[in-house]
Design a protein around this ligand. Structure first.
Ligand code: PMP
Length: 429
């Protein structure tokens, strides 16, 4: 038992006591307010929580004004598709808006199994499970499958939900340099023997940079070190591969070579929720034991039906994926011709324009809004100050004219802003 003696125990017994009912005194809250004040001093309106009073696809509606939209990941234009909306409405009429219980208890509907079979088949594995949120799916799955005594090695640019899951698990967590399977190989050579299970986690398409992992190379590494490989396809499901089946189709490998496929239904599938797909045993284990599934409500009927119908439409109209690719490639080509810094973006629908300075990113997005273009600035501390950027999400419904106009305006304003005396966001106030 802990006797409460020793220097460590004394530190633990004398925490700095904060007022218990005043959140304004939280250090985190004060930091937030300070960042907001700095943003206010720039004179540029707050770019967060903009209200969009419509279905957002290639266009959106803000303050009664129609804008070309590059800030939403409705990649295939299926959110707002009449058949998808109708399928959701029909499911709500039949099953209600909530399944009103965990699926284990009494929340199971026929469409849950239908969606999961469809997802497993779409990816090319035996089985799948869906959960109410993509972020929650990563957290609970990673948090549950490994624990103390295990090792998680994940890409340094991993999404927050992956990092949170790793922290929750209590496993040893080690990031490896972005996309660097050779560095990972070396790390595992040194570390693998010290741990019971080792879980490698990568993403298909990276959501800030629009580049993607060389998955077959990671499969080689995981086989060499007898580790598990998990691939998050949030941004590659529906967008990568000739017909949108994701990374396995893109590279042409057997999907069963990846142990854990994860994805979200909030992007190409125009719904909400997350899935894990893999072997029968993995999915059965999660169905009976993953806390975020067992102790959470089943996906609501409208969202399940929307995801099913999105996959039906996509199966009938694979040309949507082709159009998305053509639009993404056109955007990237024009941006590079205009000397914009698009980093390592590689023909995916995520295209950053790196400004290298948060204030310039903020001002650029504001100027573009005045020109009728909506795009989100990504500012420090979300990324390093030198990596501040605008992030463009391309969709299959964008027109060539919209893309040309947007790249031309972006280049015009960026050159102008870079020529004018600038200060950094961190320097103001
Ligand atoms: N993984 C990645 C790579 C993501 O980008 C996101 C969010 N965009 C998620 C997981 C979480 O998905 P959701 O927003 O559907 O909860």
């Amino acid at each position: 038992t802990n006797s409460g003696e020793g220097p460590l125990a004394r530190v633990m017994q004398t925490p700095q006591v904060e007022p218990e009912d005043d959140f304004t005194q939280f250090a985190e809250y004060r930091r937030l307010k300070s960042t907001m004040r700095q943003m206010q001093l720039t004179g540029v309106p707050n770019p967060y929580f903009t209200v969009h009073d419509c279905i957002v696809n290639d266009k959106t509606m803000v303050d009664g004004k129609s804008l070309i939209s590059f800030a939403s990941y409705n990649y295939l234009g299926l959110s707002g598709h009449p058949e998808v909306s109708q399928a959701a409405a029909d499911a709500i009429a039949r099953y209600g808006t909530s399944v009103s219980a965990s699926r284990l208890v009494s929340g199971e509907k026929p469409i849950h199994g239908e969606l999961e079979k469809k997802i497993a088949k779409w990816i090319g594995v035996d089985s799948a499970i869906t959960m109410v949120g993509g972020h929650a799916t990563n957290e609970t799955t990673i948090g549950h499958l490994v624990g103390p005594g295990d090792l998680i090695v994940h890409d340094a640019l991993s999404h927050n939900s992956i990092v949170q899951g790793a922290l929750l698990s209590g496993a040893k967590r080690r990031p490896f340099p972005h996309n660097d399977y050779e560095a990972l190989d070396k790390m595992l050579t040194a570390l693998r023997g010290q741990y019971r299970r080792t879980l490698i986690i990568i993403e298909g398409v990276y959501s800030m940079d629009g580049d993607f992992a060389d998955v077959p190379k990671f499969i080689d590494v995981k086989k060499r070190h007898r580790a598990m490989l998990m691939v998050d396809e949030a941004h590659s499901f529906g967008t990568m591969g000739k017909t949108g089946h994701g990374m396995a189709e893109h590279f042409g490998f057997d999907a069963r070579d990846v142990d854990i496929w994860m994805g979200t239904l909030s992007k190409s599938a125009s719904s909400c929720g997350g899935y894990i797909a893999g072997s029968e045993a993995l999915i059965e284990l999660l169905r009976y034991t993953a806390p975020g599934f067992v102790f959470s409500v089943g996906m609501p009927p409208g969202q399940v039906a929307a995801a099913i119908e999105s996959l039906n439409v996509l199966q009938r109209e694979p040309e949507r994926v082709q159009r998305l690719r053509e639009n993404s490639e056109l955007f990237l080509k024009l941006a590079r011709e205009a000397d914009l810094d698009t980093g390592d973006s590689g023909g995916t629908p995520v295209i950053p324009v790196i400004t290298g300075n948060s204030l310039i990113a903020l001002r650029l997005s504001n100027r573009l809004k005045k020109d009728g273009i909506n795009v989100q600035p990504i500012l420090y501390p979300a990324v390093d100050e030198s990596a501040a950027r605008l992030r463009f999400f391309v969709t299959s419904d964008h027109t060539e004219e919209q893309i040309r106009f947007t790249v031309e305006r972006t280049a015009h304003h960026l050159h102008d802003l870079c020529d004018s005396p600038s200060s950094s966001l961190r320097g103001t106030g």
